[in-house]
Design a binder for this molecule. Structure first.
Ligand SMILES: [Zn+2]
Length: 68
């Protein structure tokens, strides 16, 4: 059972529409769309990590340069 990429709620398969419908927020997606969104979210998380690492590095550079 897939989980909603929007709210993390449980999704129920609707055999008539051939889509998954979120029980929590009502979002309806095909399994293809769910996979695409999941990939996109994984990409976003990776970007966030890189940004955070970069920020930390910038801080360290500043801190070391100040010390010298
Ligand atoms: Zn949802």
């Amino acid at each position: 059972m897939p989980f909603c990429p929007e709210c993390g709620g449980e999704m129920k398969h609707d055999s008539y529409f051939r889509r998954y419908i979120c029980k929590s927020c009502g979002l309806s997606l095909t399994s293809q769309e769910i996979m695409e969104l999941r990939d996109k979210m994984r990409q976003d998380t990776r970007d966030d990590d890189d940004k955070r690492k970069k920020k930390r590095k910038e801080y360290l550079d500043w801190w070391f340069s100040k010390k010298e």
